[in-house]
Design a protein around this ligand. Structure first.
Ligand SMILES: [Zn+2]
Length: 626
């Protein structure tokens, strides 16, 4: 999963329970009515095989890829259960809010369940956040089903039907049986695992692009948008996404773990913006102009590459603690620095190799994220591993005091970490090997339908040692598991021929992200991250702003006597080189105060500068297939 960059950067995104498997029961039959999606309500009816006596049904809680208990239980409504045509009472478990107890009457062989999903207009969150507009909807099956407690999701079969508004089309990786004249589609019977892995994107304005025409397996870009105009991707842009398929296949040695792959891309300014990975598809949600506005596309240029990489890294190879047998067993996120961190690194590399962003732009992105990570006082108390263990909390953490708290750093710090792994493999092997050799062993194997191969930290270190002998365990223990690492792991940047520097000029990527994210980042000069209206989001420790006493929640209203604007503030920081100070008028609650900052270094914006070593990073960003 990933939050779109402009959100994450600027606001600053085995439990092997052996369940006795009885003979596979008849499938759950599930009917979903999505015709009311524009008014933000979905209806589900299901028939679930059961035997007389006490019976517990559960609502999916731990959602794959979201790494947390994010099933939208609060939005489940209208729950009615009956058996043999008669209503039966249900009671919610007093402790486990996602479980419902019933007693199945004698003679009954199934229970019938009716329920509603109240689909939120709020864009805070992931798949449970806003996902329906007047023109489109993203349907996540886990939100519309109950299943018997204690059953592994591989052992529950579901026959699903979906009714859509009359003129809507759809895309999904779920195999289809047929669609009738009333726009109801019956899907082939699949396991509950596959069903939840196969969301449906539907909408009035819909377009499919073939990304590997004539080749097997097939790759599709299925787009639904709030308008027809938003579907008008240029042929040049589609050519880059076709290149993404070629580059990704080359990266993983042409080994695939899907029957066909669908990028589901929902384009709307009214939905949540993020990506959620699946084995055979990904649920990508971006702004309406994503395919038609270069700047908006650039901000999210690594979204599809990141989610595609997950089919190999995250879905096929999965940390043992995240490879749970059902949707109720808690997930353990400790190895998210591999699951998300390596995906973020490879996603970035593929974004460059496919031409979706230029090498200069990629270097600007790296400069920004590594500066954030390199100036986090939270490093002193919290290890990178703890940000992964606590991911289920940190996805929802506020952005105030972000530098002290640390956020889901395993994404961006994962990029730095895996860049250093890549450059270390290249150095140790005198340029004969690279991370691709590791990927082909770790993520390769025979191509075919989805499967999950869990791994541990030891498995990972062992495979790396097979590529080049090195103290990989020590490498990760130092960088991932230790607290008090004041600096971010910048070794990969250094070995790549660059160093993190701070310059007076602001990079085009930083300007773009601040514009799109309504933010101002003057963290490395005076220590402040602000909203574009002057509201203080974060104050970095030991900076002029911190020493002057400024904190999150305050609002800068004037700078040296002039009304605040981002440009006025930047100009004053530049002028401080001569004056040695700047004066801020700050509103805290209902009171104004003046704060004097001692500062004379001018503007400081992150950039990567050449360090005299060979530019290995540039080499890494070059396409494999051209
Ligand atoms: Zn991800």
């Amino acid at each position: 999963m990933v939050k779109l960059r402009f959100v994450r950067l600027v606001n600053v995104v085995l439990v092997a329970v052996c369940i006795a498997v009885s003979a596979v029961a008849a499938p759950i039959s599930l009917h979903v009515d999505a015709t009311q999606a524009p008014r933000k309500i979905f209806y589900a009816e299901m028939s679930i095989p059961a035997t007389p006596g006490p019976f517990t049904l559960v609502y999916p809680k731990w959602i794959p890829g979201e790494h947390g208990p994010t099933g939208p239980i609060t939005d489940l409504a209208g729950l009615k259960i009956s058996a043999a045509g008669r209503p039966i009472e249900w009671t919610r478990d007093a402790v486990e809010m996602y479980a419902f107890h019933v007693t199945v009457p004698p003679g009954a062989s199934s229970v019938d369940v009716k329920m509603e999903l109240l689909s939120t207009p709020s864009s805070e969150g992931f798949s449970s956040a806003a996902s329906a507009t007047s023109e489109l909807a993203i349907l996540s099956w886990n939100q519309l089903i109950l299943y018997p407690e204690g059953k592994a999701s591989d052992d529950v079969e579901v026959n699903a039907q979906l009714r859509l508004p009359p003129d809507w089309k759809f895309g999904t990786a779920l195999p289809i049986s047929r669609t009738d004249a009333g726009n109801t589609t019956e899907f082939k019977t699949v396991s509950l695992t596959t069903l939840v892995d196969s969301p449906v994107l539907a909408g009035r304005h819909f377009r499919r692009f073939e990304l590997s025409p004539g080749a097997k397996p097939a790759h599709y870009l299925d787009v639904a948008a709030d308008s027809d105009e938003a579907l008008n991707a240029s042929p040049e842009l589609i050519a880059k996404y076709r290149q993404l398929i070629k580059e990704t296949l080359a990266l993983f040695g042409n080994s695939t773990h899907y029957r066909e792959y669908h990028f589901l891309l929902a384009l709307s300014d009214q939905i949540a913006h993020f990506g959620l990975e699946h084995h055979e598809s990904s649920d990508n949600q971006a702004r309406e102009a994503f395919l038609t506005d270069d700047m908006i596309h650039l901000a999210g240029s690594s979204l599809l590459p990141h989610e595609f990489v997950h089919s190999w890294n995250g879905k096929y190879r999965r940390p043992q603690g995240l490879a749970t047998p059902d949707f109720q067993t808690p997930m353990k996120g400790e190895l998210l620095w591999v699951y998300e961190g390596l995906t973020e690194y490879l996603g970035m590399v593929l974004t460059a190799r496919a031409g979706l962003a230029s090498p200069e732009q990629i270097r600007d992105f790296i400069a920004l994220s590594s500066a954030t990570l390199d100036n986090r006082s939270g490093r002193e108390w919290r290890s990178l591993a703890d940000t992964a263990v606590a991911a289920q909390l940190l996805y929802n953490a506020r952005s105030d005091w972000d530098s002290k708290r640390r956020g889901t750093d395993f994404y961006d710090e994962g990029t730095l970490l895996w860049l250093e792994v890549d450059t270390t493999i290249r150095k140790q092997s005198q340029g004969k090997k690279s991370i691709e050799d590791f990927l082909r062993v770790f993520h390769g194997g025979p191509s075919g339908a989805p499967e999950v191969k869990p791994y541990t930290f030891d498995n990972l270190a062992e495979v790396l040692n097979g590529i080049v002998p090195y103290d990989w365990k020590g490498f990760f223990e130092t960088r991932v598991y230790k607290t008090g690492t004041k600096r971010a792991p910048l070794g990969g940047i250094e070995a790549g021929g660059y160093r993190l520097a701070y310059t007076e000029t602001i990079s085009p990527v930083q300007r773009m992200l601040e514009g799109i994210g309504d933010s101002v980042n003057v963290a490395y000069s005076i220590g402040l991250r602000l909203s574009s209206d002057g509201s203080v989001v974060d104050v970095l420790t030991d900076t002029p702003a911190a020493k002057a006493g400024i904190g999150p929640g305050m609002k800068i209203t004037a700078v040296n006597g002039r009304q605040f604007s981002p440009d006025v503030l930047r100009e004053a920081i530049g002028n401080a080189k001569d004056t040695g100070s700047l004066e801020l008028l700050v509103l805290n609650g209902k009171r104004f105060s003046t704060y004097k900052l001692d500062y004379r270094d001018g503007e400081k914006n992150p950039a990567l500068e050449r360090n005299g070593q060979p530019a290995l990073l540039d080499q890494i960003l070059k396409p494999l297939t051209k």
